[in-house]
Design a binder for this molecule. Structure first.
Ligand SMILES: Cc1ncc(C[n+]2csc(CCOP(=O)(O)OP(=O)(O)O)c2C)c(N)n1
Ligand SMILES: [Mg+2]
Length: 413
């Protein structure tokens, strides 16, 4: 209950946080009403510069969804326009380059501490961002850089936070695991496995209590889905019919343990027991989009919670300290890259229907690569936070001294 009230308080947008403004910002679907969101969404339209030569949509066939406690699920024959697919490609490729940039900065010892990369899983964040709005709530775990991008931050701002620069969303004091964008209802960025699930459930409680037309997207990993607090949350959400979409990103591993070894029931979309669920190809941005649309409608119709299992894959190791090849083979990773890559999937759809050539896509990618590199350079050039900030944002009243540390980084008893 305490957690629910914390979330209620947080949802009234009094969380501290400074957002950075700049280029390369991508956001969610239209629908937010506040002016900041509207401005950000206008920028998104501008960011997706490609215009179709003639407005047209085509049908695309999706792999079947597996359903649990549902008579019907999302459509499998879906429409998408050239502009939409180009936008998804641009967004996912930007995410990919940003994560590769973070990898390089980490290896150069410019990013310190924990750092969990999202490459391979881009279609999940990108697909959801096409349906949810800034009035909806989003919360996830520590693998959170790309969610921050989809909620309105910029590549420059995100990398700056990772580098500990003052223009980052937490003024450089949070780092990789603690990205937030409260003005667009993004609540991070949570390092304790599973701890975001009661918070996300609380956000759904808040939305219902305040009679908002919004849902809470509460994300967790396959490993987190074995945690006790997850099932306490499921119980309350089902009992009170809360508008919460639980998203389990099944990337097949929790650190070095495969899902099949860790879970008594690895069919994650059935793990809500009394909560309906859908298994989604999380490597297909269109499948994620359609499943999210279905789940959001389900919640807004007052049906209570729903669970989406996104079947996906992480290319990097668990974190930067994990080479990622001791508990799985290089062949497995290469096979996933070759046959399931989410960016390649959207590219081949674009090429197969004749909307764009492979060469044109290469040019786009070259331009994105350059934009991301420039954003990283600006982040590197940004100043570090002033030393006085060491004392700030710790207590509600100003602290003048913190036990165990001093302002020059020395030790003070
Ligand atoms: C309560 C708690 N237990 C253990 C850890 C250590 N830990 C960090 S990530 C992780 C694995 C989680 O895997 P999963 O939920 O599948 O997420 P993924 O890393 O695959 O995205 C563990 C055990 C932690 N941070 N918090
Ligand atoms: Mg996992």
């Amino acid at each position: 209950m305490h957690l629910i009230w914390m979330a209620l308080r947080a949802s009234s947008r009094r969380l501290w946080g400074v957002c950075s403004r700049g280029r390369l910002r991508f956001t969610c679907a239209a629908g937010s009403t506040d002016s900041a969101s509207a401005a950000v969404q206008r920028e998104r339209v501008e960011a997706r510069a490609e215009k179709p030569s003639a407005p047209s949509t085509k049908n695309f066939e999706l792999s079947p969804f597996a359903l649990y406690l549902l008579d019907r699920g999302p459509e499998t024959l879906v429409q998408a326009s050239r502009e939409e697919l180009l936008g998804y490609h641009r967004l996912m490729f930007t995410m990919r380059r940003m994560e590769i940039g973070a990898d390089q900065l980490y290896k150069a010892q410019k990013i310190r501490g924990f750092c969990h990369l999202y490459d391979g899983q881009e279609a999940v964040a990108a697909g959801m961002s096409q349906v949810i709005t800034f009035d909806d709530y989003l919360i996830t775990a520590y693998r959170n850089h790309c969610q921050q991008l989809m909620r309105g931050d910029t590549v420059e701002g995100i990398i700056a936070e990772l580098l500990g620069r003052a223009i980052g969303c937490s003024q450089g004091k949070g780092g990789s695991m603690h990205l937030y964008f409260p003005e667009n209802n993004y609540f991070g960025g949570n390092g304790i496995v599973g701890a975001q699930v009661p918070l996300g459930t609380g956000l759904a409680f808040a939305a219902k209590y305040k009679k908002e037309n919004a849902v809470s997207i509460t994300m967790m990993g396959d490993g987190a889905a074995n945690q006790g607090q997850v099932y306490e949350s499921f119980n309350m959400a089902a009992l009170w019919k809360l508008p919460v979409v639980y998203v389990i990103e099944n990337n097949q591993y929790g650190m070095g343990t495969s899902a099949n070894r860790a879970a008594a029931n690895p069919l994650y979309y059935t793990r809500g027991a009394y909560i309906p669920g859908i298994r989604v190809d999380g490597m297909d941005v269109l499948a994620v989009r359609e499943a999210t649309r279905f789940a959001k409608d389900w919640c807004l119709q007052g049906n209570g919670p729903i669970l989406l299992e996104m079947q996906t894959y992480r290319y990097h190791g668990h974190s930067m300290s994990d080479p990622g090849i001791t508990y799985r083979t290089r062949d497995e990773i290469n096979e996933m890259r070759k046959t399931r890559d989410p960016i390649e999937k959207v590219k081949s759809r674009l090429v197969d229907v004749g909307w764009v050539t492979a060469d044109e896509l290469k040019q786009t990618e070259r331009a994105i690569r350059q934009d991301v590199d420039e954003a990283i350079k600006r982040a590197l050039d940004a100043p570090e936070p002033a030393p006085e900030l060491l004392w700030k944002h710790l207590y509600t009243t100003e602290a003048t001294r913190v036990r165990g540390t001093s302002i020059d980084n020395g030790y003070e008893a």
